[in-house]
Design a protein around this ligand. Structure first.
Ligand code: TYM
Length: 337
């Protein structure tokens, strides 16, 4: 990969090393990352600093960082084509976050729905990091002159803030930052919980509500058998009135490519049980190879360390260029040895 290829778009996205990655992460984000890997210059970052906004056990966090990196490769991201790295290995993320914080209004941060949601769930630890989380995310993106940010629907508001910060900064100092666009899949941008299909699938909810990428086949089948549907008995795509069935249909559509019309006619007169079984088959077929690959990569510590080191070096080189420009434009005193 050429680091300075002007004709190719630049893509950046991040994922928290939260231990359990779900089918939501896979369908909403990771699949797009894999699909886009030949079209652009890509950076994919394990955002360990973001994870610190809730309490973490140090040894577990350390392990989860490498595990998440291994999982990125297990889903199909090639470490030659993509810069895969760990956020804390490139200190420019934190530095730019401070600088951009001076261009972000309290009112904007207070409107972030994810902050409000997390503050409710972690009422005993509503720390400043949780509040300024979107500024660090803006720094992640703007540091690399990113054109496109492939994310699930829940990150849209953060993305809009990153754009606003970039525009505000550019209005003061000239065109320093590329204003990024979100890349959100049409179907699957919000995979819903299988026990409460009015809520997003999230690993912070009860275990039965999500499919984890590393769930064993029998666990996937058991969870899906208990998926909440409705009492009308018809397999029909109607997210508003039939959120459970529509969610299962979306998962099937994304994993097999079968259209909603085709699914509807194939399941006419058949029960939800059969639909659930087919969704389970599709999940097992998609996830089993990822699981096998994950185990193989996870065991190769030297390889993982190498990917992490080279990712950090390549990302740091790109970040360094942006930071020198930002320093100069903002009037920070030049540093010469
Ligand atoms: P995180 O770690 O919560 O999720 C990683 C990606 O998975 C998507 N996602 C979903 N998509 C569809 N349905 C779901 N149920 C679902 N759950 C999660 C998320 O939208 C996300 O794309 N703040 C980010 C990480 C981040 C980042 C960034 C992203 C930090 N800096 C810069 C992009 C650019 C987060 O917590 O994602």
């Amino acid at each position: 990969m050429q680091e300075q290829n002007e004709s190719k778009k630049r893509i950046f996205s991040g994922i928290q090393p939260s231990g359990i990655l779900t089918l939501g992460n896979y369908i909403g984000a990771l699949r797009s990352w894999v699909q886009l890997q030949d079209e652009a210059e890509n950076l994919y970052c394990v955002v360990d600093l973001h994870a610190l906004t809730v309490r973490q056990d140090p040894a577990t966090l350390r392990r989860r960082c490498t595990d998440t990196l291994a999982l990125l490769m297990a889903v199909g991201l090639d470490p030659q084509k993509n810069i895969l790295f760990c956020q804390s290995h490139v200190p420019a993320h934190s530095e730019l976050s401070w600088l951009l914080g001076c261009f972000t209004y309290i009112g904007e941060l207070s409107r972030m729905t994810q902050f409000k949601d997390k503050a409710q769930r972690h009422a005993d630890n509503i720390n400043a990091g949780l509040y300024t989380y979107p500024v660090l995310m803006a720094a992640d993106i703007l540091l690399y002159n990113t054109d496109l940010v492939p994310v699930g629907d829940d990150q849209k508001q953060h993305l809009e803030l990153a754009r606003d910060i970039a525009i505000r900064f550019n209005n003061v100092y000239g065109p320093v930052f590329t204003v990024p666009d979100a890349y959100i899949p049409k179907i699957g941008a919000r995979v819903m919980s299988i026990t409460d299909p009015t809520r997003k699938m999230s690993k912070s909810d009860e275990e039965a509500s999500y499919i984890a990428i590393l769930d064993e086949p029998d666990v996937i089948r058991r969870k899906l058998r208990r998926a909440v549907t409705d009492s009308d008995g018809q397999v029909r795509y109607d997210p508003e009135n039939k959120p459970g069935v529509s969610n299962l249909m979306s998962i099937l559509y994304v994993l097999t490519g079968e259209s909603f019309d085709a699914i509807e006619s194939r399941f006419a007169g058949r029960g939800y049980g059969e639909l659930k079984n087919e969704v389970a088959d599709a999940c097992v077929a998609a996830l089993s190879p990822v699981q096998a690959e994950f185990k193989r990569i996870q065991a190769d510590k030297a390889f993982l360390e190498g990917v992490m080191r080279s990712g950090a070096e390549r990302a740091s080189a790109l970040a360094g260029r942006t930071m020198s420009k930002v320093h100069r434009k903002m009037g920070l005193a030049p540093y010469k040895l």
